[in-house]
Design a protein around this ligand. Sequence first.
Ligand code: TCH
Length: 325
Amino acid sequence: MCTAATYVTKDHYFGRNLDLEFSYNQKVTIVPRNYEFNFRKVKPMKSHYAMIGMAFVVENYPLYYDATNEKGLSMAGLNFPGNADYKQEVEGIDNIAPFEFIPWILGQCATIAEVKSLLDRINLINIDFSKELPLSPLHWIISDKEVSITVESVKAGLKIYDNSIGILTNNPTFDIQMFNLNNYINITKEVPENRFSSKLDLDIYSRGMGAIGLPGDLSSSSRFVKAAFTKLNSISGTSESESISQFFHILGSVNQERGCVRLAKDTYEITIYSSCCNTDKGIYYYKTYENSQITGIDLYNENLDSQILISYPLISGQHIKMQNR
Ligand SMILES: C[C@H](CCC(=O)NCCS(=O)(=O)O)[C@H]1CC[C@H]2[C@@H]3[C@H](O)C[C@@H]4C[C@H](O)CC[C@]4(C)[C@H]3C[C@H](O)[C@]12C
């Protein structure tokens, strides 16, 4: 499972939890403006917007999980098993493989309006990156500094939803996830009133009782509700430190701890990394399951006019600051 979120204070933030039972060798990867992007069915992109994000680099190709470009446009792919349906090639439109989708959009677009016009002539095709890295069943959240959309290629075609809450998890389809929020209309951050019965003298014996009924399990529909509630009620100061702290707390509300979701004997899904990109400043922050310290990588600290991919391996292991020695 995975969860993606957006958040605005003074700046705009975009990030995700990557939940899985194993790791590819993903790294924070910067694609400079003149790296040549090759595509299977459309013309190469020789120059484009620079971008930063998490990618598994294979044969010098960045297989992005999530990324942000220099215009602040961001995009993340999340698992969508059983629903994702990629199509056969169609002549006369842009046939893009799912692993090319993030570079295709972030390379050319600055805003969601521009993304929507590219999506008008796109066909997500069923082409594997390789035999070893076959098609991933994904759907995507794409956000500029103002708004977000969700893109789902399903049996019925390409669905584009306005994502007014800036949250995405996994199944079911986005329209159903949004409808499901109706079931939680009563949940509140406030001290609840007794609406059960005026004949009973019910007691507020604890703080937080307004949110009793907010799901706490790790299913994708429950994480959608929990992350939406946490994000929509989030308050923080506007400094970078306060903003990214709050962002990681939003993602932390739907973290997967090792041992709670078993997939097979001795195999458990965990939150492998959490990311938070300041999309205005181009700084990509991350934490990993074994490294709670926040690490940042600055897009603008690199030569963005080069042609060569830049990758930073994830720093692993805890970095504990001892205070009395
Ligand atoms: C599995 C990842 C999404 C996390 C998630 O939703 N996990 C939940 C699993 S489940 O619902 O509970 O089964 C996705 C996100 C991005 C994906 C990767 C990117 O799309 C880039 C390449 C694409 C290649 O086709 C396959 C390998 C791959 C490297 C992908 C592997 C995997 O599918 C990733 C890592």
